[in-house]
Design a protein around this ligand. Structure first.
Ligand code: CAA
Ligand code: FAD
Length: 384
């Protein structure tokens, strides 16, 4: 049959995932989301439920305990969860697209059997450890060292800003083995919590995504068996970059969800709130804000789904993932700020949720590569 136009429709499975994530967010995550943000905590029981729903290893093949779903399903789930709780979605995003996906794509069979099966079900949580106090955007300048000692590596250094740093049982740690080789001398090691010399630093007191724990991690003469290295010697930086390409789709979906959640609250509020004898939606200034919010969200959604589809189709998605993250994170920041404005004074207090979404939005322009780094990535791709 002749193809007509582009197909922007979700499949049955994608719609089912959307509905399940939406229901879960409303019934399980919404109650208590303000308290979790205030108290900076995410209960173990909620993590367990995320795992039971299949949200912790969505793209992992069923052979290793995962959902075997495509990236579009994953992005849709992240979007729905983020409408309500962006702390929950960053925990999901790191576990799904950085830890599980990285292990499945680049790990060996023994590593998958040992770690992936438990990570994919949410039985244990993983962390991805690239950033350091002096290596964020400039990620090749790793100060953490993994000295080759024959059958093990001796790991020394500090990782910063690690999502789920305290909760995680398994950490994928990038470290420099041969500084003479620059980024080609970096390795990625699977390091288990509880290994001697491995300690967790203080918890960061953050502006947003406050229920997700962010910690520095310290390594002092930690012995990591050679069998825990992912890929061949010197593959660590390629591992990190290759994994982050997909991670950026997850964060773009998170930004999209934060924006869409704030927009839905603002639209509802604009229809309820009356000034000068009519709902504020009747004032063109408010209507125009909502029209523009809806338009930018739709544009962000198209970029996110396109990047996810390209990944599913086995195409090169470096540029589309970076574009999706760059654009969706700006949309999240702008839409949430306008959502607070539409709520007036009520927007400025915890109870109405939009101030939290505005605080949560900001991080999407910073982590997994700042907006400036996304532009750098896109610009380099333009020359290819
Ligand atoms: N995909 C695949 N490979 C890539 C890549 C990409 N997107 N970007 C770079 N590479 C490869 C290059 O091909 C190169 O390899 P070769 O030399 O073998 O060809 C190697 O990586 C080094 O690349 P560059 O020479 O371009 O290195 P650079 O130092 O000039 O720039 C960078 C690299 C793009 C700026 C990179 O350092 C970067 O992405 N920085 C941002 C780091 C980041 O995103 N951190 C996120 C931490 S995790 C996190 O934040 C989780 C969370 O919050 C929830
Ligand atoms: P810097 O790199 O010092 O950047 C400072 C400013 O300079 C930014 O505006 C940046 O865009 C700009 N800049 C830097 N270089 C350039 C350039 N070449 N051109 C133009 N502008 C430039 N990391 C992990 O490894 N794992 C995690 O789980 C993780 N989770 C995080 C969770 C939170 C809540 C936060 C805040 C961070 C997390 N990060 C994590 C770290 C995050 O990825 C880094 O903070 C981020 O990559 C930026 O690095 P930086 O903070 O060192 O800023």
């Amino acid at each position: 049959t002749e193809r007509v136009g582009l197909d922007f429709n979700l499949s049955e499975e994608q719609m089912a995932v959307q509905q399940a994530a939406r229901d879960f967010a409303q019934s399980v995550l919404l109650p208590g989301v303000i308290e979790r943000d205030t108290e900076q905590k995410f209960d173990k029981d909620l993590l367990r439920q995320l795992g039971e729903m299949g949200f912790m290893g969505m793209m992992v093949s069923p052979e290793y305990g995962g959902g075997g779903m495509d990236t579009v399903c994953y992005a849709i789930a992240i979007e729905e969860i983020s409408k309500v709780d962006a702390s929950a979605s960053v925990i999901m995003s790191v576990n799904n697209s950085l830890v599980c996906w990285g292990l499945e794509a680049f790990g060996n069979e023994a590593q998958k059997q040992k770690y992936l099966t438990r990570l994919a079900t949410g039985e244990i949580i993983g962390a991805f450890c690239l950033s350091e106090p002096e290596a964020g955007s400039d990620a090749t300048s790793q100060h953490t060292t993994a000295e080759d000692k024959g059958d093990y590596y001796l790991l020394n250094g500090t990782k910063n800003w690690i999502t789920s740093g305290n909760t995680a049982s398994v950490c994928l740690v990038m470290a420099q083995t041969d500084s003479g080789k620059g980024h080609r001398g970096i390795n990625c090691l699977i390091v288990e919590k509880g290994t001697e010399g491995f300690s967790v630093g203080r918890k960061e007191d953050k502006m947003g995504i406050r229920a997700s724990d962010t910690h520095s991690l310290m390594f002092s003469d930690v012995r990591v068996p050679k069998e825990n290295r992912i890929g061949p010697d010197g593959f660590g930086f390629k591992f990190a970059m290759g994994t982050l390409n997909g991670g950026r789709i997850g964060i773009a979906a998170q930004a999209l969800g934060i924006a869409a959640g704030a927009y839905e609250l603002a639209l509802h509020y604009a229809l309820e709130r009356k000034t000068f004898g009519s709902p504020i939606f009747e004032h063109q200034a408010i209507q125009f804000k909502l029209a523009e919010m809806a338009t930018r969200i739709e544009a962000a959604r198209l970029l996110v789904y396109k990047a996810a589809s390209e990944k599913d189709q086995g195409k090169d998605y470096v540029k589309s993932a970076a574009m999706a993250k760059l654009y969706a994170s700006d949309v999240a920041m702008w839409v949430t700020t306008e959502a607070v404005q539409i709520h007036g004074g009520y927007g400025y207090v915890r109870e109405y949720h939009v101030e939290r979404l505005m605080r949560d939005a900001k991080i999407t322009q910073i982590y997994e590569g700042t907006s400036e780094i996304q532009k750098l990535v896109i610009a380099r791709e333009l020359l290819k």
